[in-house]
Structures are given as structure tokens and as C-alpha cells.
Design a protein around this ligand. Sequence first.
Ligand SMILES: Nc1ncnc2c1ncn2[C@@H]1O[C@H](COP(=O)(O)OP(=O)(O)OP(=O)(O)O)[C@@H](O)[C@H]1O
Ligand SMILES: [Mg+2]
Length: 280
Amino acid sequence: MAQEIISLDSITFHYPGSDQEVLKNVSFSIEEGEWVAIVGHNGSGKSTLAKLMNGLYFPDQGDITIGGIRLEKDTVWDTRKHIGMVFQNPDNQFVGTTVQDDVAFGLENHGVPHEEMVKRVHSALKQVKMDDFLNQEPHHLSGGQKQRVAMASVLALRPDIIILDEATSMLDPTGRQEVISLVRKLKEDQAMTVLSITHDLEEAAKADRIIVMNQGEIFKSGTPQEIFELGDELVRLGLDLPFPLKMSNAFKAKGILRESQQQLTEEELVNELWISHFNK
Ligand SMILES: Nc1ncnc2c1ncn2[C@@H]1O[C@H](COP(=O)(O)OP(=O)(O)OP(=O)(O)O)[C@@H](O)[C@H]1O
Ligand SMILES: [Mg+2]
């Protein structure tokens, strides 16, 4: 049985000085090695969830457990060791003047000895395939490369959970693809637990499970297939269906594709079109 690594139990939260209840009775858990995507309209409470898991704020009610430790003011530094966070804007995440300095920075702050630091910087940059860029200045890199360096900085600290808050939303399709393939590789090769917060349902379709947030509450949680069965209900929640799903729905409406299956990725759609073509 897989172990639970993140657990939120009946979380209710409002920001200090505001009376808006931003999260209402939110409960979910994530198992070790699982990739969970959180989707939802603007202001539905996704980033707030990430901030609570990182102990930047504490819930009004409910419990958060990370790696078996109950998150409280006294344990926040222990729970944070489990989590690496990557944010939306790659330019805001750089502190070093070269790629390797940048990755080394977090390790220096954690008092990692020099020799060990050099090893970790190299291995983290290798993991994200940026080991040829050690001495480059970060601002000369493409968006996707910058986010991969940001991920290396996080990986060098050896977390077992990585939380990506809209980490691909400012990237072009190539950069987005680079980051998503890296996430998949971390999950498959190292059983890394991934929580990706995203507006992009096509990206969410690649996760093991999707949690849909609506106005501070969990609307539904399930496999991508189960979630996309909601169809237009997702559109009513302010989400945009993945392009391959829109295409396959249009083909079904014209009787070109079978009703029984959903195509969530371009690859599945192309395969299904070939099959239906040859079965004619
Ligand atoms: N520091 C803050 N103080 C007061 N209210 C806040 C603060 N940060 C966020 N909020 C409010 O909390 C609610 C949830 O915001 P949150 O950032 O969690 O949403 P989100 O789902 O991440 O949205 P987006 O998709 O735009 O990133 C919103 O109504 C927002 O205005
Ligand atoms: Mg957000």
C-alpha cells in the first residue's frame, strides 16, 4: 500500500484582515509517488492551498500533515524540508548570477559543505538536462530552460514533494512541454510526489488524479477520465476543455468517432482517428 505523504483534513481559511472565507472545509490526501493536479477558476483558492502546505499561513480550522508531521508553527521548518516549490514567473526565482550559483544558493543557506554542494549542483542540473549551462547567466536562457533551472534549485535540496504553482503558464508550448516531460520523469524515475496547480486542463490530463476547486471548495476529485466526463460542467466552472477533447467531441457530433471513449491528448485523438478510418 502506498503511504500518504500529504493530508489536508477539513481546512477552513481566511486571510488576516479579510472576512472572505477563501477555503471551506477542504480535505484531500496525496500518496507518495502520486501526481495530482489542482485546477479551478481564478480566485478558487489553489495558490492559498499551496501557501498553507508550505506553512506561510495557518488554517483557521483543520489539520495539515506533511510526511507524517503535523504542520504547526513549531514544525514548519521540518515539514518544509519535504517540499520544493516552483512558481509562475521564472525571472522572479533567480538569485545567482550564473546557473550553478543559483542552484548552489539554497544549499549554501542550508549549510551544505562545499564538496557535497558541488556534487548536488551538478547532479540536479543533470537531472533537468541543464548541465551544459553551468556558467551561463540565467537571464539569457529561454523560459523553459529557466523553469528547469528553478526546478534544479529545488531538486538540489532533495525534497520528496514538488509543488508547481502555474509553473508552465508563462512558457511557450516548447517550454511547457520541457517542464511537463521533466515532471513525468521525476515521478517515474524517482517516485517524486507532484502537486501541479494549473489552468491548463491538457496538462492536468497527464496527472494521475485531478482535484477541481470551485469557490474555495473541492467540486470533484477523480482520474482525468472521470473529471473530463463532466464535460460542459467544467466550462461552467470557468475552465477551458483541452483542445484534443474539444476536437474529439466535434468528431463525435459528426459521427466520425465512437461515443464510448474520450481522447484527452493529441496522441490518443490521432490514434482513434486512424482506428476509425481503417474500421470503415
Ligand atoms: N494575501 C491575500 N490577502 C487577502 N486575500 C487574498 C490574498 N491572496 C489571495 N486572496 C484572495 O483569496 C482568494 C483565493 O486566492 P488564490 O490566490 O488562492 O486563488 P487561485 O485559485 O490561486 O487563483 P489564480 O488562478 O488567479 O491564481 C481570492 O479571492 C483572492 O482574492
Ligand atoms: Mg494562483
